[in-house]
Design a protein around this ligand. Structure first.
Ligand SMILES: [Zn+2]
Length: 399
């Protein structure tokens, strides 16, 4: 065994017909928690270090249990980090629809013989109030919860999410996975031409696979046309509604793609996935305005995140390499081109002619092999919170 890592996944249940009192209590807690998150976002307290003075201040300001104050601080840190990673040009941070995070100090979850639903969630709210809520699950989600009750998975935190007036409990459960010593590096390049290109690398590149992502691009294009049309007619409420639908359609397509990619990866002996670290690239390189807009139209980072957590859940390690020059370098001779155009890479030094995106994915795999250093466990588990995808923030562009 090479490494042991806890991989989180999110299981969503619905709070079943809570009465008016419980709803009121949840709403009050949510408001207070949101105030606390705002307070910490303002402080820009991104570090995990315990900041005693700000904690005392928060404790005096908000009537929340200690655990919730600490969770609000953690949440603020994550929101700021995610905002920095995903920020677009001229974007401002808008906080909305924050969920309340409970951990083992302030929630308990048990299975009872109640006929309505066996699953009951008890929460410690603000002002020392406690509520007990019945939770119902869909079949697939219920199976995961049962696995957790049987000890195959571990309960971590619960996020209470309010959507369209209804309350949902997002349980984060963790699975301990064991990584074997990696043998085959799978380089995955995500990009404009081909949405993803994967290649296995063990001594030499093998069995490359291309995903054009045509359906996703079509979806984006169609939606942008519809949106432009509506904006012209000043029907902004419809635009907003469509954005939600578009996000769901795009997510569904990304999930499908990520599943296919992980299925491909599973064919290889003890694989490890290498992808480019796009977060650093985005902030350090200035593309032209047009290029920048294109970069942000397709959700590359999100695709990477989906691949990452689906792979980890199946016991496949994932790691990131520096993105610099992965497209511009010839994987055969190491020559670095100044300019790239078209879908084909032609090397002026060794004469190699190759698919540009495939050349990039080979470079990504080789870069990991070149690093030699074994990845630390926090590089795997630490940052993979399935909830980051549902983080209730929007980086709203000022147009
Ligand atoms: Zn070359």
């Amino acid at each position: 065994m090479f490494l042991e890592v806890d991989v989180p996944i999110c299981v969503v249940g619905k709070v079943f017909k809570p009465n008016a009192q419980k709803i009121l209590a949840l709403n009050r807690c949510l408001l207070e928690f949101m105030r606390a998150v705002r307070f910490y976002v303002k402080l820009k307290d991104t570090s995990r270090r315990h900041n005693q003075s700000s904690y005392e201040e928060a404790k005096a300001m908000f009537r929340l249990p200690t655990a919730l104050i600490q969770n609000a601080r953690d949440k603020a840190g994550e929101i700021l980090k995610s905002f920095e990673e995903n920020r677009k040009e001229d974007s401002v941070l808008v906080l909305k629809r924050i969920s309340v995070r409970f951990d083992s100090r302030c929630y308990s979850f048990s299975k009872t013989t109640n006929v309505l639903t066996p699953y009951w969630l008890s929460l410690k709210l603000n002002h020392g109030r406690r509520v007990s809520l019945p939770v119902v699950f869909g079949e697939r989600q219920r199976q995961l919860i049962e696995d957790a009750f049987q000890g195959k998975l571990q309960f971590a935190t619960v996020e209470m999410v309010k959507r369209k007036g209804k309350w949902y409990a997002h349980f984060v459960v963790k699975k301990t996975v064991f990584f074997e010593e990696p043998e085959t590096v799978i380089g995955i390049d995500v990009g404009e031409n081909n949405l993803a290109v994967a290649v296995a690398f063990k001594d030499k590149p093998r069995k490359a696979k291309f995903w054009r992502g045509s359906k996703l691009k079509q979806l984006r294009w169609k939606n942008s046309q519809v949106r432009a049309n509506l904006q012209q007619k000043n029907k902004l409420d419809i635009v907003k509604r469509l954005q939600g639908r578009e996000r769901r359609q795009v997510n569904q397509e990304l999930h499908k793609l990520a599943n296919e990619i992980v299925e491909y990866v599973k064919e290889f002996e003890n694989p490890i996935i290498a992808m480019e670290d796009l977060t650093k690239m985005r902030n350090s390189i200035h593309y032209g305005k047009k290029m920048n807009r294109r970069l942000h139209t397709l959700p590359f980072r999100q695709l990477q995140q989906f691949i990452e957590y689906k792979a980890l859940w199946r016991g496949i390690p994932v790691t990131y390499v520096k993105a610099k020059n992965t497209s511009k370098t010839c994987h055969r001779c190491g020559n670095v081109k100044k300019l790239l155009n078209g879908e084909v890479y032609r090397c002026s030094v060794c004469g190699m002619v190759y698919s540009r995106d495939l050349n990039a994915s080979i470079n990504i795999a080789k870069r990991l092999l070149g690093q030699k250093a074994k990845p630390k466990s926090e590089e795997f588990g630490g940052d993979v919170n399935p909830l980051n995808q549902q983080m209730q923030i929007t980086a709203k562009s000022l147009i």
